[in-house]
Ligand binder design. Structure first.
Ligand SMILES: Cc1cc2nc3c(=O)[nH]c(=O)nc-3n(C[C@H](O)[C@H](O)[C@H](O)COP(=O)(O)OP(=O)(O)OC[C@H]3O[C@@H](n4cnc5c(N)ncnc54)[C@H](O)[C@@H]3O)c2cc1C
Length: 432
């Protein structure tokens, strides 16, 4: 049975960090507008921190990850799955507790996030093969693990690293597997990756790099349950396999619609976060964004960028004409008591954008504490050697001086000029 349409001035599809932040910004700027946030999940929350649900002894309150809807002053429709968008009639069909309802909107914000990538190999449908991208995934992993289990995490990027630490804290046997020749290489350079490998190995994590997973085999008695995994031709005993090899934009709702797609099949947006359809916007892990350095379209599924996109869309939807010139990617996370910061581009990202980049290892003194083990500056191979990136790994105050690095990168200051200004920094090594 379909009921009469309920109207909102603004509807946001997605109760993740992007959707909720956008709704908050609109509410702050406009107290009158009717805003509805629709999510298929039982609550709205941010995914950053889901690893603490699994981490043993973590004092984080699960409900801290969940955002207080009342505080936001908007209608949050939980357990509500949008099944269809009619862009002409400006309506949505939404399934709620087995009943379909129609919602009408004036402006629509798509913030549907990303979906975890699962490779097309034999055995991926078996019990004990999981992903780690949302609250349900985190609870599934937490409920599945038992003492003595052998766990394989496939994909050693940010999410895989955080999961490895969380599972190890439960005393489990953890193997991190990556197709690249190191870990964390989608984020940082090999110098930091090597340092990270040493830290993880010393904490008892087994690491397999340049390693391709080929097949997942079942249990002799319960064939549907994971028992072994074949990697680079070798067979390993496994009780649980978790894929963390990245995410792809969730465009289920707009496939074969009028909405235009851009790089990596993400929803194409302009400098105001508008799509090609009037009054329809897209933000967060489902959308493209503009690179700060080249002004090219990119796909960067990062929480920090999702928040920046939400701020732009929030202002535009609330009536304050706002555009941006491009986002500088940033990542900050902690694993095994080491913090990693990456601001701007790494060499691979720069080259993919058509920039000719190189790196310099630097050392800088921090009053009262020892020197950071590894800090790299990424710069263009031009006359001024303009700065386009900075990476550091450190057990001590990695964020020290981060504002200076961010500003230098934003201004694309020349390397020599930067070192002249920052007398306590010196180039230790030049790596091209
Ligand atoms: C464990 C973990 C740690 C992370 N740590 C970091 C970090 O340190 N730094 C960083 O920058 N990034 C981090 N990320 C990535 C970051 O969490 C994401 O970039 C961010 O969550 C994207 O936000 P989003 O709102 O675009 O999408 P999501 O958070 O994925 O939200 C999408 C929302 O859309 C809803 N939805 C989708 N389809 C429908 C539908 N048809 N009907 C109704 N609702 C729908 C979903 O239910 C969900 O509420 C981490 C990710 C994970 C998993």
């Amino acid at each position: 049975m379909i009921m009469m349409a309920e109207f909102y001035d603004v509807i946001v599809i997605g109760g993740g960090v992007a959707g909720v932040k956008a709704a908050t910004v609109i509410r702050e700027l406009n107290k009158q507008v009717r805003i509805g946030v629709i999510t298929k999940e039982p609550f709205i929350y941010t995914k950053m921190g889901l690893n603490y649900i699994i981490k043993s002894g973590s004092s984080i309150d699960l409900f801290k990850l969940m955002i207080d809807a009342n505080r936001i002053g908007i209608d949050v429709l939980v357990n509500s799955v949008v099944t269809r968008i009619d862009f002409e009639k400006k309506t949505l069909k939404v399934k709620q507790n087995g009943t379909f309802r129609i919602y009408a909107f004036d402006k629509l914000i798509l913030a549907t996030g990303g979906k975890p990538v699962i490779p097309d190999i034999e055995g991926v449908g078996k019990i004990g093969v999981l992903t780690f991208n949302d609250y349900d995934n985190a609870m599934n992993i937490k409920n599945y693990i038992r003492s003595g289990m052998n766990i394989y995490i496939i994909g050693a990027g940010l999410v895989g690293l955080l999961l490895a630490e969380a599972l190890k804290s439960n005393g489990l046997k953890v193997t991190l597997v990556d197709a690249l020749p190191g870990i964390g290489l989608t984020i940082v350079e090999e110098e930091i990756s090597k340092y990270l490998v040493d830290k993880l190995v010393s904490r008892g994590i087994r690491i397999l790099t340049s390693a391709e997973i080929e097949k997942i085999l079942g249990d002799r008695k319960i064939k549907k349950k994971v028992r072994k995994v074949i990697i680079n031709g070798d067979k390993y005993e496994a009780d649980l396999i978790v894929f963390t090899i990245g995410i792809t934009p969730n465009i289920d709702l707009i496939r074969r619609s009028v909405i235009e797609l851009g790089v990596k099949n993400a929803i194409r947006t302009n400098a105001k976060m508008e799509t090609n359809v009037d009054n329809v916007y897209a933000i967060g892990d489902c959308a493209t964004s503009i690179d700060y350095f080249t002004k090219k379209e990119t796909y960067r599924p990062l929480g920090i960028l999702a928040v920046s996109m939400a701020e732009i869309v929030g202002r535009n939807v609330a009536g304050n004409d706002t555009s941006y010139e491009g986002f500088i990617p940033m990542q900050y996370f902690e694993v095994f008591n080491n913090s990693i910061i990456k601001i701007g581009l790494n060499i691979k990202e720069a080259r993919e954008l058509g920039l000719n980049a190189a790196k310099k290892l630097i050392r800088y003194k921090v009053p009262g504490i020892r020197v950071h083990p590894i800090s790299l500056l990424i710069h263009l191979k031009n006359r001024r050697e303009e700065l386009i990136g900075w990476q550091v790994i450190s057990p001590w105050m990695a964020s020290y001086k981060s504002a200076i690095f961010i500003n230098a990168i934003r201004e694309r200051i020349g390397l020599n000029e930067f070192l002249d200004l920052e007398k306590n920094m010196e180039v230790v090594d030049v790596i091209s």
